[in-house]
Design a protein around this ligand. Structure first.
Ligand code: MN
Length: 488
């Protein structure tokens, strides 16, 4: 991933004299340096802004710097907002307004009118907030002391989200074949997705992949096989099946890397010339940060790669998921998530096993190798992006993942078990009402707040199903949103 940076622009004006401006400059420098040590990306102090020209020039520069993933603004003193209008109106990067102040406490003895003139963020940030509201600009507002760990966490999460925006705008998705026949929710307007989200979604022939597979050498397969052995427990004698998956992985990776693609999809209905659906191959590609969607689902594939990029270390614990079946015993209601093969090992609680089993669906001549494991427990989210016709809707549901309550010894795939919020059946009613897909991205390290911020930056509809959601409230919210998005 690129060496992304964020720019710190501090508002002031010339009214206070050079001494005050020098102090503001010195403090801004100190704050940027200290914050850069605790945040996931560097915060680069650019300017103490005093004029329309300075702000417009800095923002123009930010727009054209491909390493600048967003700007953070703060008004140490009062900074009259008319001088921000021209710059902000041209801003094309994510914006966070950090409403903070240098000092943590009001100094009882020291405070006098000079102190008051220097430390005016409490009203300076309100003037700044007005122009953001007046311009109707999408922005994140974080209030709190700049040395507070809660502020660091939220600012860090916002930075990761802004990197998710930069990643999305350059994302290329490789489709091997089309969508599964007759399926509605995996369809969508690829032109609209590119206009709104930046995704370049295009198709390559499965025949070309097979040609690439045939050119993979034994030495390449040996090397990847050794990597599988080092990461996973091999629980099958069918070495041929594992080697075949290695061949598929190497070929897909070569094709994606050649085109700069970070996500892919395929379908069991189109395996022309392949003897197995990629299982282990897709899983190990996901572990390396590539997005994946089954049955030609390019939207969930793209979202998987974006959530991975937004996660810890730029390749977090997020993966392609599908609600399969429920445990509806009173007081013990859970959803069982899995897929026919392709669950990302970043979701695993323990070291995954490589197994081979028969796969009845599709045209598999041979039994595909796949990673089998249980998912981690803990709070998580599931995410679905759907095309409503004329707009995209992002649905996020809070879930509580648990250690699967049953061993399910005959289930031949990786599995994750969870309780949807507010409770399983109400959560299902809400999800179905909002039109959420059967495919999702499940993430342990991206939060609902991050996805809300991402949707705001992308200017798409956002629906959050949480512990406080009721079907009545959701129904009226969706009705209002339908009207708003028709007007937009
Ligand atoms: Mn599926």
């Amino acid at each position: 991933m690129k060496a992304y940076k964020f720019w710190f622009i501090v508002g002031s004006q010339s009214l206070y004299g050079q001494d005050v401006l020098d102090t503001v400059d010195e403090r801004a420098r100190e704050m940027a340096a200290e914050l850069s040590r605790v945040l996931p990306f560097p915060l680069v102090y650019k300017v103490t802004a005093k004029t329309n020209r300075e702000i417009a020039d800095t923002i123009r520069e930010a727009n054209y710097d491909s390493e600048c993933a967003g700007i953070v603004t703060w008004c140490h003193t009062f900074s009259p907002s008319k001088m921000w209008i021209n710059g902000l109106a041209s801003l094309q990067k994510p914006w966070c307004h950090l409403a903070t102040q240098y000092n943590v406490e009001i100094p009882n003895d020291e405070i006098d009118m000079d102190f008051m003139n220097l430390n005016q963020a409490a009203h300076g940030d309100r003037e700044h907030g007005f122009i953001g509201a007046r311009l109707r600009m999408p922005r994140k507002i974080i209030a709190g002391h700049w040395q507070d760990q809660k502020v660091h966490k939220r600012l860090g999460d916002w930075m990761k989200t802004a990197v998710g925006v930069a990643f999305s705008k350059e994302l290329k998705v490789m489709r091997f074949g089309d969508n599964m026949r007759e399926v509605a929710v995996t369809e969508g307007d690829k032109v609209e997705a590119q206009i709104k989200l930046g995704w370049q979604v295009n198709t390559w022939a499965v025949g070309d992949l097979v040609k690439e597979m045939n050119a993979v050498t034994d030495a390449e397969i040996d090397a990847l096989y050794a990597e599988y052995e080092s990461k996973y427990d091999i629980a099958t004698d069918n070495t041929c099946a594992i080697r075949y998956q290695a061949r598929e992985e190497i070929a897909m990776k070569k094709m994606m890397d050649r085109e700069g693609c970070k996500a892919f999809s395929n379908t069991f209905q189109d395996l022309y010339g392949m003897e197995q659906l990629p299982g282990l191959a897709s899983q190990h590609l996901m572990a390396q940060g590539y997005g994946y969607g089954g049955e030609g689902d390019w939207k969930v594939s793209a979202m998987t790669s974006i959530l991975k990029a937004m996660g810890e270390g730029g390749n977090g614990a997020s993966g392609f998921m599908e609600d399969y079946t429920y445990h509806l015993v009173d007081g013990q209601e859970y959803s069982l998530g899995a897929h026919m093969l392709e669950v990302c090992p970043s979701l695993a609680a323990d070291k995954p096993r490589i197994e081979t089993h028969h796969l009845g669906i599709g045209m598999n001549e041979k039994d595909p190798a796949r990673l089998v494991f249980e998912g981690k427990s803990g709070p998580a989210i599931v995410v679905s992006l759907i095309d409503m016709g004329g707009r995209l809707r992002l649905i996020v549901q809070d879930i509580e993942a648990v250690k699967p309550i049953l061993p399910m010894p005959n289930l031949p795939v990786a599995r994750v078990m969870w309780r949807a919020m507010p409770d399983l059946t109400t959560g299902v009613e809400c999800w179905i009402m909002a039109g959420g897909a059967h495919h999702t991205v499940l993430s342990y390290d991206v939060t609902a707040e991050m996805m809300r911020d991402w949707a705001r930056m992308m200017d798409i509809e956002f629906v959050h199903i949480s512990k406080d959601t009721t079907p009545e409230q959701l129904e009226s919210d969706l009705l209002v949103k339908d009207l708003i998005w028709k007007l937009k």
